[in-house]
Design a protein around this ligand. Sequence first.
Ligand code: T1G
Length: 688
Amino acid sequence: MSVTKRNEADVGYVEIDNPPVNAIGQSVRQGLLEAVRWAEELHLTRVILSGKGRAFAAGADAREFDQAPLEPHLPDVLNAIDESFVPWIAAIDGVALGGGAEVAMACRMRIMSPKSQIGMPEVTLGVIPGAGGTQRLPRLVGLAKALDMISLGKPLKAAQALAAKLTHTVEDDPLEEAYMVNTEELGCIVPTWELPAPEHDASLITKARATIAKKSPQQIAPVQAIDVIEAGLSIPFHEALPIERAAFLELKTGDQARALRHIFFAERAAKMPDSIKAETVALDHIAVVGGGTMGAGIAYALLNAGLRATILETDADGVARAKTNVEALIGAGLKRGLITEERAQGHRDRFVASTDYAQAGDAMLAIEAAFESMDVKKDVFAKLVDALPKDAILASNTSYLDINELVANLSDPSRVVGLHFFAPAHIMKLLEIVRGAQTSDTALATGFALGKKLRKIPVLAGVCDGFIGNRILARYREAADTVFMDGSTPWEVDEAMEMFGYAMGPYEAQDLSGLDIAHANRRRQDATRDPNRRYIPIADRMVELGKLGRKTGAGWYRYPGGNGKVDDPIVADLAIEESHLAKRDRTDYQAEEIKERLLLAMINEAADILDEGIAQNARDIDLVTVFGYGFPRWRGGLMHYADTLGAQAMVTRLRELSQEDPVAWKVSPLLERCADSGTKLADARPRS
Ligand code: T1G
């Protein structure tokens, strides 16, 4: 059943019942249309529309977007509601989003509960409202608010909706209130479609365009949304609807909408693999070793999830630093209004920092976020083994180190798992769950359970240098340094990747994190590096010159006065000098080739990662690249983007590049298999 209906005397009750969030699929549309006819046949005086469960309606069913639209089409259903002589009241308790909001706006009246929300997030899926939203919303809230809501996609809380006149009232029991509404009052409300469109205001349109140019560059849906809203200001409502519909239908089959839908569903599919059959250990009290930036961020994420967190440090200074760092995060949460004073106090009550490991004696999970040194981490694990219950799970937040080596001295290596958080740990959604050779299913289940509690996006990774994300990042930077060495500059490389859609290129990003981190990893890899692999020494030269990035006032760029970045000719000269020393001819790379080389380098590396089983599937690699490394969401992630290029085309180009450097550009066997079999990366699986 998707829509239920009943009447009590002359009042009709229609309920959308399509769990879990009342997505408006074909059966819901059919049910709503039938309800309009039913109410008219019974000559009801009102219909009260509600949503069963936790949502009013989450919008059109995005799973239908890859197929041809099925009748009845939502615009037609909503016109029937809006034009019916029986007035409908939307009793909203939960979320009314996208098509859900459009249904509510086709009703004569809206009543929202205090915790409910209403909004038009279509642009986050690469489309625009396709059922009258671009025309009804401006009529209800005015041009400025409508432009803002639709082009940015941010929903309104009930109180904001009331202030914007998008809801008539906010009531604890919308259903009851809808029943109590005076019939005459209801009869006086003008149907939404008959309301006058707001006056055209060029300054508002220009302002809205400037805002999206900054906030969502290169995305086409926000631009189209503004175009359609503007078109509707000067033509009758029913003439504007076909313009809206045409734009929606065209967008939903486009690359950007497909990419954004892919990520939307990939994010929700990120769960523990069915192959892992085990239960998590208790998570109510978790130890975190190390109270630095990462440790404090992890502890704060635990506190935010309502858990107890004990940070273990080596000395009193470390304890003081841990307390300061966590308190600073609590203070920031308070300042931003993300937590109340009461919740902040709750966090403080559930937080301990100590040098005494016995303070975490009952913790069944410990996460070490100590200095990135194998010896330090092994020492920490030894102390945790002594202090915690023997079946407690031990996790390492290491971003590179080999988990299998880390457990070498442990009597029970099965209890160890990698939990790779991304800084800032309480904000970044990605969590790489690293499975060592002997990691038990219980340890993995615990990692996934923690990820769910922290509302993270968990991705299972195998053990290799850098797991999934940092291994791709290392190849990305190597390709960038090679282009830089052979004929470009950091700013040309960054500009090329920003043109592709990154918020910032690899050099500006590394100036933020610090050049010393990658430098330390290169030194760690010295002993095992392939001697036949070309080594680019420029980044080492930078570290030798003390150019570590923003933190030293200069890195790949200069930051005079700590403000904006400035190109640094000294850095450009380094490459020329190193090229000369290496007797290499320099090439004048254009942006298109820079972009192609860096993307193919990452795709080829990711294909190996998938081939080796370090990642389970391409979708997980998309989640890692989008949620951990700034890959543009509207491109769908690295592998989704790769599938738009096609395996055969990529293999052909990679073979050309391998003529230049057969080691760095060795074509991934998985890509070759995909090219030979015509398989998409999305459907490719590990070799074994
Ligand atoms: N279509 C299909 N499935 C959806 C869906 C949707 N719109 N929204 C959620 N789901 C599934 C989701 O995949 C998951 O499935 C389950 O519901 C629970 O979701 C015509 C064209 C509503 C705030 O953009 O923002 O309307 O994993 O895990 O955290 O103009 O879902 O259980 O199998 O996210 O409580 C516009 C998208 C569509 C809202 C609930 N609407 N959804 O969050 O649960 S386009 C949206 C959300 C449109 C019209 C246009 C969230 C939520 P599974 P969940 P949640």
